[in-house]
Each structure stands twice: as C-alpha cells, then as structure tokens.
Design a protein around this ligand. Structure first.
Ligand code: ADP
Ligand code: ADP
Length: 268
C-alpha cells in the first residue's frame, strides 16, 4: 500500500477513536446533567457487616463508600483539628457531635467521585443528622433512594467486633474466624500471630480498632438502639428501606444485597 493510503487509513482510525471518545463524553455529560444521583445508605449495628458488604457495591456500581467512622479515624491518626475534637468521644464508643459529621459529609458529597452517587456508611446516626441530610439533598432536588438495613441478632455482634482486624488504607475488614486474611497463622494457643495479619491485596499490616472492645461495644450498641434505630421509621415512610438478614454467612448476605439493589426488587 502506498504511504498516502496508509496515512489515510491511520487518520480514519484516529477519527473513529475521537468520535467514540466524544460520544462517551456526551453520554457522561448527559447523565451528569439530567440523571439524579444514586444515593444509598448502609444501616446496621456495629459489626452488622456494612464495611464488609460496601466494597461489593462499590465494585458493582462504581459508587464510593463514605464511612464517617473511617474519615474520623483518619483525622484522629493525623491529629487534625477535626481529629482532636472527635478523639475522646470515639475512644469511649460515644457519638461525636452532629455538627462535626454533618460538616464532613456535606463537603464530601460534593467531590467529583460522588457525581454518579454514593453509599453512606455510618451516617446519619441521629434524627438531627437525618434531617440535616434530607435538607442538604433537597437543595439539589435529590433524596436518599435506597437503604439496606442489616438485621443481626445482638448476641452475634460481640464475637464479630472482638475478632475484627482492619486495613487502614482501604477500610477493608477481616475476621479471625469468619473472614481471615490469607496470610494468617495461629500460635500454639490458636491465637493469630500479629505479624501474619496482613491485608490480602496490599500485604500491609492489619490493626485492631481501639474501640472494638466488649466495654465500648456496650455503649455503641445502646446509642445504636436509642438514637439510630428510630431513623428507620423516618425512612420507612418513604418506602426505601430493604431489610437484609445480616446474620447469615458473608456470601449469602452478599447475594441478598445484590438482589435488593436490582431494579426488579425496587417495585413496591
Ligand atoms: P460494620 O462495618 O457494620 O461495623 P464489618 O463489616 O466490619 O461491620 O463486620 C464486623 C466483623 O464481622 C468483621 O470482622 C467482618 O469480617 C465480620 N463479618 C461481617 N459480615 C459477617 C457475616 N455475615 N458473618 C460473619 N462475620 C461477618
Ligand atoms: P461502628 O463499627 O460502631 O459502626 P464506625 O466506624 O461507623 O463504627 O464509627 C466509629 C466511631 O466514629 C463511632 O463510635 C463514633 O464515635 C464516630 N462516628 C462515626 N460516624 C458517626 C456519626 N454519624 N455520628 C456521630 N459519631 C460518629
């Protein structure tokens, strides 16, 4: 083939490439402009499985999981002014003030990665937070579209919380018995050897949260029952709550989550 013909075919290929890119951009702009964001919420007691199931939703729908607990822990570990304010309440298992978390979330949901939607995890936790969220979303004509409420018997939660190990960078959680990291080795007393508790994906060391103790759990559960569960009544009125049996093994919970998110299942 002559050089000129080759150059022509190359040019044509390039044009097609740019046409596809332009078409993709047009589609993206269309969704950004006209479609409401998918705003989901994971609801459940400490240890109910929110942090375990969230990443599956992120992988499937590409929405970021916004965990106020992870954001606050990050602030505490960096000693930021926010972290200093939150530290004491968090260590004892108490809630931090509503203003603090409302401020964090209102900033975070304006970030570009929330453009198609987001998954709230651990927020709202009080009626005041739920009302502030509703008001915030109304300003842009939006509202929470789907709540996955994980129901787990209380007597299961202590074993889950006390056996939990976390990866700091990603918020991924593991469990010595129910979801051990691949590298885990046990000593003669069947206790995990700390040096072997590493993240499956990065190989980095895992850690145990300072508030994942039996005593802090008592306070966290009483706050959950008194202050947070009333939110379900608030959202039930909008028919957006899907209940999930979170007491089943992890994979079975994942199947329920995927089903609850399907369009077919959205009908009331
Ligand atoms: P939450 O984010 O709701 O506080 P996590 O997802 O971190 O809870 O789960 C708490 C602990 O229980 C973790 O160690 C996790 O590996 C384990 N876990 C999560 N879901 C299940 C389940 N369905 N069965 C058994 N253990 C689970
Ligand atoms: P849990 O495992 O109890 O669900 P999180 O990781 O969600 O824990 O939160 C850890 C701690 O961070 C809470 O005990 C509380 O001190 C603080 N926190 C997180 N989210 C909120 C919130 N929405 N309102 C008040 N305090 C919060």
């Amino acid at each position: 083939m002559a050089a000129a013909a080759l150059a022509m075919s190359y040019k044509q290929e390039q044009r097609e490439h740019y046409d596809t890119k332009a078409e993709l951009k047009r589609l993206k702009d269309k969704y950004d402009y006209f479609w409401p964001r998918k705003i989901m919420m994971l609801f459940g007691a400490p240890g109910a499985g929110k942090g375990t199931q969230g990443p599956n939703i992120t992988k499937t729908l590409g929405l970021p999981q916004l965990s106020t607990g992870d954001m606050l822990r990050e602030a505490v570990s960096h000693g930021t002014p926010l972290g200093i304010k939150a530290q004491e309440a968090m260590a004892s298992g108490s809630l931090v003030t509503d203003d603090l978390v409302i401020g964090i979330i209102s900033d975070r949901i304006q970030e570009p990665d929330c453009g198609a939607g987001f998954i709230l995890d651990g927020f709202p936790r009080t009626i005041a937070q739920a009302e502030a969220l509703d008001e915030l979303l109304i300003q842009t004509g939006e509202r929470v579209n789907l709540i996955l409420a994980f129901e787990v018997p209380e007597d299961v939660l202590e074993e889950r919380i006390c056996g939990r190990w976390m990866h700091k960078g990603s918020g991924r959680s593991y469990h010595v018995k129910f979801n051990p990291p691949k590298a885990m080795k046990l000593d003669a007393k069947q206790v995990p050897i700390t040096g072997t508790m590493n993240d499956d994906e990065t190989g980095e060391a895992l850690y145990q949260r300072a508030d994942d103790t039996k005593s802090a759990l008592v306070k966290r559960l009483s706050d959950y029952n008194n202050l947070t569960t009333p939110l379900l009544d608030h959202y039930d009125k909008a028919h957006i709550v899907k209940r999930i049996n979170g007491g089943l093994p992890i994979k079975q919970v994942t199947s329920q989550v995927m089903l609850a998110m399907s369009k077919k299942h959205m009908k009331h």
